[in-house]
Design a protein around this ligand. Structure first.
Ligand code: SAH
Length: 381
């Protein structure tokens, strides 16, 4: 070919288009879903509502189930979007009715949710992260380090999945047998705040599971700046994992205390906007010889003096290898009595599901990545 001749007008072969990323629809709060349905599918708002109800009222895990959407629409949804259900992988039943579920995420990560039925409520303990960055020395999840945040769809997916289980096991003919949610599973909820907020918006929506703010509690290790945002941007209840009565103790047990100490934490609690009659719950895991002395009770009373508070004394589930021990029942009762005498309402949390597994977080730790040598992070967000 003549070198001077114009080169053939052949454009370089276009690089193969990367497959468009499918949107995770179960993570979108209702308004966002409405916008997506209008913009991407060109469908009317009532379609978005149908879709939302299928996902968050019925807990559908595939578009195929959504039988009142046309085949055509379901095919379009499959091409452009996905749901992100978590899949039951293992369950352990306790004689007291507690059921511990292990779920597998789409990318093979393991998380735990714990169902705790009682006479007047059916509570689910929900996870917000795979692993946890907080590295509390007594906690099994803390030994994992943070693997990743759960998406809003994976957070609400735990609730949908357990609703399905409860409907089946207890032969209930209602969409949502669960009555209460506590965010006290794996992870630090306020370290995944954006996704937590979206999950709460879904869980509290009328076209979704429609939980009342009075029936949802979020527990935090004490990420002080996030407590303020949590108070301003959500209306659910707050629990603080205090677990110690002075900084020396708390910094050893909970590295977060080196960044925001007890004084900073109490200040955030005093500023927290409490609805009428509401109190902040303080969780206190009783560890033998560590934080269970009379002086600890005295210091706790002083700390909580000017805060509307109640204390949940938690019997420790022993984690083999972590070196902490549970107190005997008599000591827990004496500790509770000391607090009560000092004007602090305290309750000993019933130890649920002791027979199925000693440790919170133990199930999901099995088969997971190897435990890190030194999981103590030096910085917190
Ligand atoms: N990261 C959040 C939520 C998860 S932990 C937080 O720290 O609040 C929820 C509660 O479980 C915490 O109060 C913690 O002190 C407690 N906990 C952790 N490991 C425990 C164990 N082995 N036995 C009993 N309670 C435990």
């Amino acid at each position: 070919m003549d070198a001077l001749a114009p080169s053939p007008a052949v454009a370089p072969a276009p690089a193969a288009e990367p497959a468009p990323k499918r949107v995770e629809l179960s993570s979108l709060p209702q308004e966002e879903l409405g916008r997506w349905v209008a913009e991407t599918l060109g469908e009317r708002p009532f379609r978005a509502k149908q879709l939302y109800r299928w996902m968050h009222q019925k807990g559908a895990t595939s578009f195929e189930e959504m039988t009142d959407l046309s085949k055509d629409l379901r095919a379009k949804l499959n091409a452009k979007a996905k749901l992100r259900p978590v899949v039951k992988d293992l369950e352990q039943r306790s004689t007291d009715g507690t059921i511990k579920y292990r779920f597998r995420t789409e990318d093979g990560k393991l998380i735990e949710s714990v169902y705790m039925p009682s006479e007047d409520r059916k509570t689910l303990c929900v996870s917000t992260q795979v692993g946890c960055a907080m590295a509390c020395s007594f906690c099994m999840t803390g030994t994992l380090g943070l693997k990743r945040n759960l998406t809003p769809g994976e957070i609400v997916g735990q609730i949908h999945a357990v609703n399905r289980e409860v409907r089946k096991n207890e032969q209930l003919d209602m969409d949502r047998p669960l009555t209460n949610l506590v965010f006290m599973g794996m992870g630090e909820p306020l370290h995944n705040f954006e996704n937590l907020k979206k999950a709460l918006a879904i869980l509290q929506s009328q076209d979704g599971p429609n939980f009342s703010h009075r029936h949802i509690t979020v527990s935090t290790v004490g990420l002080v700046p996030m407590i303020e945002r949590f108070g301003a941007e959500t209306d659910v209840k707050l629990a603080i994992s205090l677990n110690a009565s002075c900084d020396e103790q708390r910094s050893k047990m909970m590295p977060v205390n080196r960044k925001w100490n007890i004084a900073a934490l109490m200040e955030a609690c005093r500023k927290f906007p409490l609805r009428q009659g509401r109190r902040i719950t303080f969780e206190y895991v009783l560890l033998e010889g560590v934080n269970d002395q009379d002086e600890d009770a005295d210091r706790l009373i002083a700390l909580l003096q000017d805060i509307p508070a109640k204390v949940n004394l938690i019997p420790y589930n022993e984690n083999p290898g972590l070196g902490f021990h549970s107190v005997i029942e008599r000591r827990a009762e004496a500790f509770r009595e000391l607090l009560a005498q000092g004007g602090v309402a305290a309750f000993i949390r019933k130890n649920r599901g002791r027979d199925i597994s000693a440790a919170c977080g133990q199930l999901a730790n099995q088969e997971a990545q190897p435990v890190q040598e030194d999981p103590q992070p030096s910085e917190f967000p």
